[in-house]
Design a protein around this ligand. Sequence first.
Ligand SMILES: Nc1nc2c(ncn2[C@@H]2O[C@H](COP(=O)(O)OP(=O)(O)O)[C@@H](O)[C@H]2O)c(=O)[nH]1
Ligand SMILES: [Mg+2]
Length: 455
Amino acid sequence: MIGAAHDTIVALATAQGVSAIAVIRLSGSDSIAITQQLFRGKKLTEQPSHTIHFGTLVDGDKMIDEVLVSVFRGPNSFTKENSVEISCHGSPVIVKEIIKALLKNGARLALPGEFTKRAFLNGRFDLAQAEAVADLITAETDNARQAALNQMRGGFSKEINHLREELIHFASLIELELDFGEEDVEFAKRDDLIQLIQKIQSYLRSLILSFDQGNVIKNGVPTVIAGKPNAGKSTLLNTLLNEERAIVSDIPGTTRDAIEDEMVVGGINFRFIDTAGLRETEDIIEAMGVERTRERMKKASIIIYLFDLSTETMDNIAKEEQALKALSIPYFKVGNKIDKADPALLENLKDQNFTFISAADKTNIQQLKDKLLAHFHITTVKTGDVLVTNLRHYQNLLQTSESLDRVLSGIDQGITGDFLAMDIRQALHYLGAITGSISTEDLLENIFSKFCIGK
Ligand SMILES: Nc1nc2c(ncn2[C@@H]2O[C@H](COP(=O)(O)OP(=O)(O)O)[C@@H](O)[C@H]2O)c(=O)[nH]1
Ligand SMILES: [Mg+2]
């Protein structure tokens, strides 16, 4: 259970560590009064909302710091409660002393996400928008930032609520019919209902389809670099990242653990994962590495599979591709070391959809990056674009859509109103779960506990 809703909560809102300024945030009916207890300056409790005041904070006789205090009065604040932001000097010791003094005077420490949770519970925004706040803070690319911002500003929430209301209207008409029992009345015109459901379905479908892209934009793409020992995987990782991240050596089996690092290419965050080369080995540590490689490959969004064209034969390449195909993960075949490759082999492979590179000489690396980008069809996210980036929303959309399919086939088969009403209620439930019109304490805790403290 997240703590009682009327407590006054406090947390550091800025990052931990030394900085020019740190901001401590309070929310709750007593937040202005509690701050007043420590404040030497104007009387805060008499100040209007949205004003900033200079003064000193004290703990008994001890002066802690010179600060600026911003006063927000509910409901005109982020949480819709009385709120205070204290801007102090950015020293961890000062922050600790101020928070300690606030706790002594009646505040309690905020739980993760508790400020945003209060904002949601007090009706500042719906659940999907609250979740977007967290996404906005953790966005790692400009595309992810824009997608989160669009969602925070309403995104699909408004449209979903609107469709939900229309559906509720039908559900209540059908339920009214049930009250009339035998009399065989039909308040809810079936044709109109079919039309509404088709409209909702087409909107849901566009949202569901956007998730592929939304997921890539929000979470990035785990990209595993795999292949036999010495194929040049670590060299390629270093070339892609433009730094000496992994050890390169001509001794096969050098990389034993997976090494990963991220890079933004064309607005997508690629997480490149260099792995231990795939081979049978007696070395226990290397064997563990190979096992990890296989695990990583299964979880990858895409595999860059390297072949050492200075040593490989057509037969071996075909055999390796068989094993690769069996994983059912999208992959790119990349022929490395073209600087040392047999021209006859290159000629034989020319129609087999290879990207030919030299990781060491950095040849054709851009071509490889272009192929990666093209695979994910990412375009720049613009203001107002609606993209589903959240797995929870995605799952609820799918379930709404399935329930509506059942309504449609139910109408088609002429099933009775009570069964129709049940499937509509089911669809309403899933739709409402997205925006939080329907929520449980468990769900809320699950969502907000993933926020950082102070948010
Ligand atoms: N000639 C040539 N050698 C390369 C190329 N890429 C990697 N190598 C060499 O191949 C050996 C194995 O490279 P490494 O990146 O450690 O392979 P890994 O085992 O797949 O990680 C090293 O000696 C590299 O210098 C390339 O494009 N051309
Ligand atoms: Mg390596």
